[in-house]
Design a protein around this ligand. Structure first.
Ligand code: NCD
Length: 357
């Protein structure tokens, strides 16, 4: 596979992505054939932010392939608590492991880690930015449960602003023909500018609406998300957004008979427990598909040779406008931007767009 680091699933071509999904389906059907595929290989999970599913599914994936795991899930127990930079941690760990899966509260952190890593880095969630392996799980679920990745009307509901799973999902699904989106959120939690721009550039139809009930009858897929307390600047801001969207039996009654309801989990109150028994609720199956998808991705990346990244990198004079961007904390990172038109810049780490003046 030519893609080395996976910051987003769009780092893989559509063919490579389908290839990973095909391998994932085969592993699911014949897990016994894969128990030795990563024997002698090590996966490092560097989790700077809490996680249950993602971390454990990465670890389980590597163990089920016959490999081994190292890492931390609480940076306070590592040298990070002594003030070690991300760059130094990654340089050291990439000398030990064959693949790194990293989760971090700041946007662009995995891209920063990839600059200094000798082995493939998988973004396991960087702040409110992207989360490619959740998208792999989502695509595997749609492929298996809907039988297609194309021609779908996909409703995405909840925190579209900070929801990294939403951003990666949209960026991937626009690459398949005939998909359209109904983006359901409060005005405060609408999708960020770079995702809206991606949709427009791809010519993908989308509407932005407030009402889940009104959207329900049109949807083939409903992707529910949690309002993420930890992404808000204050508790009051969070409380203003919490509890607005709740999928319950009444709303399910408005949905199509073959609707598929997905959720990256964890759920708080946005899907009532009573929905769990509905055949259209796919979110627990989705976690299982995610395991096989991660196994397939790890298998492909662990086979790549070690690399020696250049250490002297030059940067730009501008400063990213996103205060949650990794370059604002790890200030040694070379600042890099893509020009957008005459006046705007887009940060290559976190995708924030801002005026260059
Ligand atoms: C999501 C995440 O961490 O972004 N969960 C996950 O990876 N399964 C969504 C969330 O935390 O709400």
């Amino acid at each position: 596979m030519p893609a080395r680091h996976v910051m987003d699933l769009t780092d893989l071509t559509v063919e490579e992505c389908l290839d990973v999904l095909k391998l994932a389906a085969d592993i699911r059907n014949r897990p016994g054939d894969y128990i030795d595929c990563c024997r002698g290989k090590i996966l490092a999970t560097l989790f700077y932010e809490p996680s249950t599913r993602t971390q454990m599914s990465f670890q389980t994936a590597m163990l089920r392939l016959g490999g081994q795991i190292i890492g931390f899930d609480n940076p306070q127990n590592s040298s990070v608590s002594k003030g070690e930079t991300l760059k130094d941690t990654v340089r050291v760990i990439s000398g030990y492991a064959d693949v790194i899966a990293m989760r971090h509260p700041l946007a662009g952190s995995a891209a920063a880690a990839a600059l200094y890593s000798r082995v493939p880095v998988i973004n396991a969630g960087d702040g409110g930015h992207l989360h490619p392996t959740q998208t792999l799980a989502d695509l595997a679920t749609l492929q298996q449960e809907k039988g297609t990745l194309s021609g779908l009307v996909i409703g995405v509901c909840g925190d579209l602003k900070y929801g990294r799973t939403v951003h990666s999902l949209i960026r991937s699904l626009i690459r398949f023909p005939g998909n359209s989106f109904v983006l359901i959120s409060t005005p405060h939690l609408r999708i960020p500018a770079y995702i809206r721009e991606t949709l427009t550039a791809a010519g993908c139809p989308f509407t932005e609406v407030d009402s889940l009930a009104e959207a329900m009858p049109r949807l083939d897929v409903l992707y529910m998300t949690r309002i993420q307390r930890e992404r808000f600047l204050s508790q009051t801001d969070y409380e203003k957004q919490a509890g607005i969207y709740v999928l319950d039996k009444e709303k399910m009654a408005l949905g199509k008979a073959d609707l598929a309801v997905l959720h990256p989990l964890p759920r708080v109150d946005e899907i009532a427990q009573e929905v769990d028994g509905d055949d259209r609720a796919k979110y627990f199956k989705q976690t299982e598909y995610g395991l096989y998808a991660r196994m397939a991705l790890i298998m492909k990346l662990a086979a790549l040779p070690r690399d020696n990244p250049p250490l002297a990198l030059t940067g730009d004079r501008h400063v990213c406008a996103n205060e949650h961007c990794i370059t604002r904390k790890e200030t040694y990172l070379p600042r890099r931007f893509r020009p957008i038109g005459e006046e705007m810049l887009q940060c290559v780490y976190c995708d924030e767009r801002f005026s260059a003046r």
